[in-house]
Design a protein around this ligand. Structure first.
Ligand SMILES: [Zn+2]
Length: 179
């Protein structure tokens, strides 16, 4: 991406762009995180910008239009996953307007080396889980309860941390205890 382009984008030239590619995770997750921060996922917002005539509704709350920032940050239903991690990390924060700004703030937080490693995976993990569930609801007509989506999110984080050697525990319950 050119600097000129970045300067006019949420997150700006000092945004999370370098951190995304440096993070300890699979390339497909880095690419997906990049898309979320660039608001380039194929949400209804994106489809409308491409000229599709659709009545946009969020697949979670059914109240607001599905925009990138609504789906991944502000929806009252998907926010439950953010609240869950807020209580695990015990760090109060104000949700920014854009996903790029969130990642930027998130990556700059303190903590031990290990804490930083797993905490830096949290936004991508939440977005990944939300997007998978969103696509289940959109394309397969399958709606998992939010408790299940939260469990899937924790399991995904556990799997990623294990894969990257951040935590060596075998059970999710031990993983949660070590956070
Ligand atoms: Zn919503």
């Amino acid at each position: 991406m050119y600097k000129r382009d970045l300067a006019t984008h949420p997150g700006g030239i000092f945004g999370p762009w370098k951190q995304i590619w440096k993070s300890n995770t699979l390339t497909k997750i880095k690419c997906f995180t990049w898309l979320v921060c660039r608001r380039a996922c194929l949400t209804q917002e994106r489809l409308k910008k491409r000229g599709f005539q659709i009545v946009s509704r969020c697949f979670f709350c059914h109240e607001k239009e599905e925009t990138n920032n609504h789906l991944f940050l502000h929806c009252r239903v998907t926010s439950q996953i953010w609240y869950m991690f807020q209580s695990i990390i015990q760090y109060p924060w104000v949700v920014p307007e854009h996903t790029a700004d969130l990642l930027n703030c998130w990556m700059r937080r303190g903590g031990s080396k290990t804490q930083k490693k797993w905490r830096n995976l949290v936004p991508s993990c939440i977005w990944w889980s939300i997007w998978k569930e969103r696509n289940n609801r959109c394309f397969k007509n399958i709606t998992n309860p939010m408790q299940k989506v939260k469990e899937n999110c924790i399991n995904t984080l556990f799997f990623w941390c294990k894969e990257e050697g951040i935590y060596e525990v075998d059970q999710v319950v031990d993983f949660l205890g070590s956070l």
